[in-house]
Design a binder for this molecule. Structure first.
Ligand SMILES: Cc1cc2nc3c(=O)[nH]c(=O)nc-3n(C[C@H](O)[C@H](O)[C@H](O)COP(=O)(O)OP(=O)(O)OC[C@H]3O[C@@H](n4cnc5c(N)ncnc54)[C@H](O)[C@@H]3O)c2cc1C
Length: 691
């Protein structure tokens, strides 16, 4: 058995297995377990007799287009865990066992399967995120533990440190000898990172920094990998330098330091470090979050991650960046990778839950016309209303996050300043928008599966609990959306001062001009299907809304600042600013979706995408129809036509829903439909009870 496992871990063994599994999966799509109940076509015809032409979608071609070049490494991940029942997370597991299992799962991936995520963090982020998504779908705790080790702890070393740090730590982080943490958050300061209070004071006599927790509020809290497994921590602390003036010291702002927290051999906590366990959480219990307190812990000067600021042997501070704010911005700018990963992984969770709910809804039959077979619950308009725009949105977010990852990779290579700013705002916006959407959708999916959705075996409970915190960590969503709004306002000012706008924002130039003139009363009445399904109409509508919100909030801010000051005026307009940020992100998402439809080479896959894209766009416009009506951008007849077409498109998407979820190409052990699992339980039940 053991030798077979070793065989399987070779590249060749893996690709054979992966190929076999793909063939099996693809053939199951061709003669699927999820067949459409016979009564369906009849009901469809009755529900929508006028236009029933079904779009044909080739799910294999669509899958190839969607999954792209990192499909193989994801297959390798799935195969590895599927071949190792001892590494699969059981439904019922204690916190301590889950933590140990999670560590073994990670060790297995790296040391047995030979998949080394750290190598890709800097050099091939697209591949890294693909691995993270696949690993997270096996167990989300594992995905987060991997993220803590490689993109947070490992990422801080390579992104905030210099060559000496890379040389010293790379191999140990890569092979998991140097397990580590990312210790930023404190009890009193989470979102407000500039308020951190932990100190790192330079002692020029011993050439060391002394790390201290000055009060209880400065205890590092929620730190992943700290409670059990971490040997090091990147600690974010205020850099304090002794001076010869009356103050005696100078606070240089928040910097990052490598602090060993446990002994490399004995794993005992090191002197001066106190570690507590943050205990049982609502989800992600495979991750060992802990608290760290430092009492005069001494570390060598070299342990300052000195890419953006350094201290010389004689205690002099140097930096290429002129101010504390600029250094702080550059430091945080290097950490956006975690945010990019969460947005990407959140789409992965949405794919899983939408797949489970839609497959179940295709199979499940309740009620029907008199004296006829019961119908599939996905034929109810209400069920379509819950799930079809969600399926369309999943596609929209998929392409948006693929774009984000591409931009992030480009940024890592070029370090182009404009691109850094662009990726910063885009990652903040997409992370908050998508994780909030997925969190809500998980409840909708559970409900859509009725009682069976509540069985733990069907995953909604763990997905919901594990994913929930995606809305908070790596930046609270409400706080992140404000960064997007602030960025838009900055660019708005630049526009009027003749500054440059990057690709993602350049639409503002045209649509602001369009907004400043009144909506066109003729086009406001156009209601033909061709017009409503024209990407130009859809995108113009999204961008018009954003421009309008931007223009109005800029005026409101100017007005309120006079009486309330900048902080007060911002707070007075906060909800408006959040709506603006969401509206902008939706515009970006739609633009990327339209582009993905246009670029899709396979006509039948493209037809499926076009359907989903139109549904995404019109559903969003309909949900915000009040805004469009208020300013007569959409006349009453057009509003009615949008509503009717949205319902029709929902119905059309329902007709190809199976193909669209099949194209996600997720392995059965990740997304088996509730009824398939329930049937095992029923089989057992039948034996025991004798039905
Ligand atoms: C499971 C888990 C794992 C974590 N792992 C790590 C880790 O490994 N390392 C690490 O350093 N940290 C970690 N964290 C901490 C996490 O990053 C913080 O919880 C997060 O940054 C939010 O900070 P906070 O909890 O202090 O919330 P707060 O900032 O106090 O926010 C609380 C509420 O106030 C609102 N709010 C705050 N400021 C504003 C504002 N300006 N405008 C409007 N509303 C506002 C927020 O929207 C939110 O609803 C983890 C947390 C958890 C729960």
């Amino acid at each position: 058995m053991e030798s077979r496992r070793v065989d399987q871990m070779t590249e060749e063994g893996f690709s054979d297995l992966a190929a076999a599994r793909r063939i099996q999966r693809l053939s199951s799509h061709i003669s699927p377990a999820f067949t459409t109940p016979p009564s369906l076509s009849q009901v469809q015809t009755e529900v929508c007799s006028s236009r029933t032409k079904k779009v044909e979608v080739n799910s294999q071609a669509l899958s190839l287009y969607m999954r792209g070049k990192h499909m193989d490494v994801q297959e390798k991940v799935y195969e590895f865990y599927n071949s190792r029942p001892d590494l699969q997370t059981p439904i019922e597991i204690s916190k301590d066992d889950h933590r140990e299992l999670c560590m073994r799962q990670l060790l297995g991936l790296v040391r047995e399967a030979g998949i080394r995520p750290y190598r890709y963090v800097a050099d091939d982020p697209e591949k890294y995120f693909a691995i993270m998504e696949a690993v997270g779908s096996v167990d989300m705790s594992l995905g987060i533990k991997l993220g803590v080790q490689y993109s947070l702890w490992g990422g801080s070393v390579i992104n905030l440190g210099t060559k000496k740090h890379r040389d010293k730590y790379f191999d140990g982080i890569d092979n998991l000898d140097y397990t580590g943490c990312f210790a930023m958050t404190e009890l009193h300061h989470g979102s407000n990172v500039q308020g951190l209070q932990t100190t790192a004071t330079f002692d020029h006599i011993t050439d060391e920094f002394v790390i201290d927790t000055p009060n209880d509020g400065a205890i590092k809290w929620w730190i992943g990998n700290a409670a059990v497994h971490g040997k090091f921590a990147t600690v974010f602390a205020r850099l304090i330098l002794p001076t010869h003036d009356t103050n005696g010291v100078s606070d240089m702002g928040v910097h990052a330091f490598i602090v060993p927290i446990r002994d490399m051999k004995t794993h005992q906590t090191l002197p001066g470090v106190e570690i507590q366990d943050c205990g049982h959480k609502v989800g992600l219990n495979g991750v060992d979050n802990g608290a760290l307190r430092f009492r005069s812990v001494r570390i060598p000067r070299d342990n300052l991650l000195n890419r953006f600021g350094d201290v010389s042997r004689d205690g002099k501070y140097t930096s290429t960046l002129p101010t504390i704010n600029k250094r702080f911005g550059a430091t945080l700018g290097e950490l956006v990778g975690g945010r990019v990963g969460l947005a990407y992984a959140s789409v992965g969770v949405l794919k899983i839950s939408a797949t489970i709910a839609i497959r179940y809804s295709l199979l499940r039959q309740q009620f029907g016309p008199p004296k006829q077979p019961e119908v599939s619950i996905l034929d109810y308009q209400s069920q379509q209303h819950k799930l079809m725009p969600m399926l369309a949105s999943t596609y929209a977010y998929h392409f948006a996050t693929v774009y984000l990852v591409e931009k992030y990779s480009e940024m890592k290579k070029t370090h182009d300043e404009q691109l850094v700013a662009d990726v910063h705002a885009l990652s903040a916006g997409l992370k908050s928008y998508i994780t909030s959407y997925t969190a809500k959708s998980l409840s909708v999916c559970r409900e859509a599966c009725g009682g069976h959705g509540y069985a733990a075996v069907n995953r909604f409970g763990s997905l919901r609990n594990d994913h929930d915190i995606f809305q908070t960590f790596e930046g609270d969503n409400t706080v992140l959306l404000q960064q997007v709004a602030a960025d838009l306002l900055k660019r708005y000012k630049e526009k009027f001062q003749g500054g440059t706008l990057t690709a993602t924002w350049s639409y503002l130039r045209e649509s602001m001009n369009a907004y400043l003139s009144q909506p066109n009363p003729v086009t406001a009445r156009w209601e033909g299907e061709d017009h409503l399904r024209d990407p130009k109409f859809q995108l113009d509508a999204f961008r018009y809304r954003t421009s309008r919100l931007l223009q109005n909030v800029a005026m409101r801010l100017t007005k309120h600042t006079k009486t309330l000051g900048t902080f007060g005026a911002w707070n007075r307009c906060l909800n408006h600013l959040l709506t603006l940020a969401e509206s902008h992100i939706e515009s970006v998402i739609l633009a990327k979706f339209i582009e993905a439809v246009r670029k899709c080479p396979d006509p039948s896959a493209r037809a499926g995408l076009k359907l989903a894209c139109d549904l995404y766009a019109l559903d969003r416009i309909w949900k915000d129809i009040g805004t469009y009506r208020n300013v007569d951008y959409v006349a009453p007849n057009k509003a009615k036509a949008i509503h009717k077409l949205t319902e029709y498109l929902s119905f059309q998407v329902r007709n190809v829903a199976k193909e669209l979820v099949d194209a996600f190409d997720l392995p059965d052990h990740v997304t088996r439909a509730p009824i398939a699992r329930q049937s095992d339980a029923y089989a057992q039940y039948t034996q025991v009870v004798g039905f």
